[in-house]
Ligand binder design. Structure first.
Ligand SMILES: Cc1cc2nc3c(=O)[nH]c(=O)nc-3n(C[C@H](O)[C@H](O)[C@H](O)COP(=O)(O)OP(=O)(O)OC[C@H]3O[C@@H](n4cnc5c(N)ncnc54)[C@H](O)[C@@H]3O)c2cc1C
Length: 435
């Protein structure tokens, strides 16, 4: 006989695990299905988990027991040309105190630790199981088809938390597959590079347990839309890059080659000197945010986390895990409310959308919905890093010639690179996206 659950959650990433934890704690019969050998086995991200009040509510002072690498006390944004770089370096000692503004993590450890919390609460974790489709009764989703011997699984509600390529949201008719192509998708690559902890602390100028997050724009991607990063773990560095899939194709270059040449940049080479490659992984990432979101609910189904494109990306900030946890929480809460009414219709589950709209999740994604258009502007990856580095060079270079005042320096650094008209247009675009 086909087994029936109150809820089936597909994907044991931060979104799915949170939803499973919330529902299991409410006494519901929950299955958490994961294709990896264990939660986190197949998951990667850049590496900084920004503070989640939702997680703190679910697991008070989670930082005391979660497998955290380092507390991020410095955030650096670096604009680079092939020879030079200009950095905005922000340090805050308060970020090194609980509840910690951001911490570095390795997903293979964090996701596993977190999913165990859902299991402890009573959820049934089913690893090594790929879900291929939803089962429907008319319009209503009533279960899933999984690649397993025991057959299909039925449930009052299915939560699709299966990440950026969400097959389930598509199969349930909530997302059109061509949407994935129409909006920006980043292809990403990440290396974990082993380095002794003392070397990290010396090189990145941080104390034990403290860490640095550096984001790079400009020559790191050779002018292709994207960014690179280096984040410090306990005794390794997370180094990687996210680049727009379409731009990468246009430039006929692989992301692996870009990463290699990034490591050769003079500002990067000394940071990674002597480090040995421990792990390499690649992934896709939705950039489109609010504009890329599918319908979030249907009869018997909800979509959470990356599956719903809930990634907050402005070029300066990249947050996905805290958004995934919050959306999983509200999905779980919406299902609890639906169960109390025994009504799993789309109308009843639309409560999920309302909860998200009242929270930072949809408020932030909505406020910064124009960021994706700004990020598609090639000048942010070519002209502006070049302009900033030239401006600094013109300011600091001593060559025996009379010096220019600031406005003159600016005009000299802009010459042949950008017109006043384009500068004004880009300023307007940035204002719309960020201010
Ligand atoms: C290169 C890169 C850097 C990033 N950097 C950061 C960062 O520094 N900070 C940050 O907060 N966010 C970052 N993000 C975003 C962040 O990783 C995601 O937003 C977050 O992981 C989303 O969580 P999720 O649970 O929705 O999806 P995921 O973490 O992708 O989890 C989905 C789960 O579903 C499983 N699954 C998928 N399909 C199936 C199926 N058919 N059947 C069964 N199981 C399935 C997967 O194995 C996976 O475990 C980054 C992303 C990338 C790609």
């Amino acid at each position: 006989m086909t087994e029936k659950f109150d809820a089936i959650v597909v994907g044991a990433g931060p979104a799915g695990t949170t939803a499973a934890l919330v529902m299991a704690r409410a006494g519901m019969k929950v299955a958490l299905i994961e294709r990896g050998a264990y939660p986190g086995a197949k998951n990667m991200f850049g590496g900084v988990f920004y503070y989640s009040e939702v997680l703190n509510q679910l697991i008070p002072e989670f930082w005391k027991e979660a497998p955290i690498e380092r507390h991020i006390v410095r955030r650096v944004t670096t604009f680079m040309t092939p020879q030079a770089s200009v950095s905005m370096d922000y340090e805050n000692s308060n970020f090194g105190k609980p509840p910690y503004n951001g911490v570095t993590l390795l997903r293979s450890r964090f996701d596993r630790w977190y999913a165990q919390k859902a299991v402890d609460a009573g959820a049934l974790l089913v690893p090594e199981t790929v879900v291929d489709d939803v089962i429907r009764d008319g319009q209503r989703v009533i279960g899933i088809k999984a690649r397993r011997d025991q057959g299909d699984l039925l449930a009052d509600v299915v939560i699709a938390a299966d990440g950026v390529n969400s097959l389930l949201a598509e199969k349930a008719g909530l997302k059109k597959s061509k949407e994935l192509r129409r909006h920006s998708i980043s292809v990403t690559a990440k290396e974990i590079l082993s380095l002794p902890s003392e070397t990290i602390e010396e090189r990145f100028n941080c104390a034990a347990d403290e860490g640095v997050a550096i984001d790079f724009l400009g020559a790191c991607t050779q002018g292709i839309q994207g960014a690179a990063f280096i984040y410090t773990n306990k005794s390794s560095l997370s180094l990687g890059m996210a680049t727009d899939l379409n731009s990468l194709r246009e430039h006929h270059i692989s992301i692996a080659d870009l990463v290699e040449s990034f490591k050769e940049h003079p500002s990067v080479k000394r940071l990674v000197k002597g480090a040995t490659l421990k792990e390499y992984s690649g992934h896709l990432m939705p950039e489109g945010g609010y504009k890329m979101m599918p319908k979030l609910y249907g009869d018997g189904i909800l979509v959470a986390g990356d599956a719903a494109a809930m990634v907050f990306y402005t070029g300066l900030s990249l947050e996905g895990v805290n958004f995934a946890i919050a959306s999983g929480f509200y999905a779980g809460e919406a299902v609890k409310a639906a169960k109390a009414k025994s009504d799993f219709s789309a109308a009843s589950l639309s409560h999920y959308q309302k909860l998200l709209e009242d929270s930072f999740v949809l408020k932030d994604l909505k406020s910064f919905r124009s960021a994706s258009s700004m990020l598609a502007n090639k000048r942010f990856y070519t002209v502006y890093p070049d302009f900033l580095c030239t401006m600094m060079e013109n300011m600091f270079k001593v060559d025996g010639k009379p010096r220019k005042r600031m406005w003159g320096l600016m005009r000299q650094s802009m010459k042949g690179k950008i017109s006043m008209m384009d500068l004004a247009k880009d300023g307007m675009q940035a204002r719309k996206a960020l201010l």
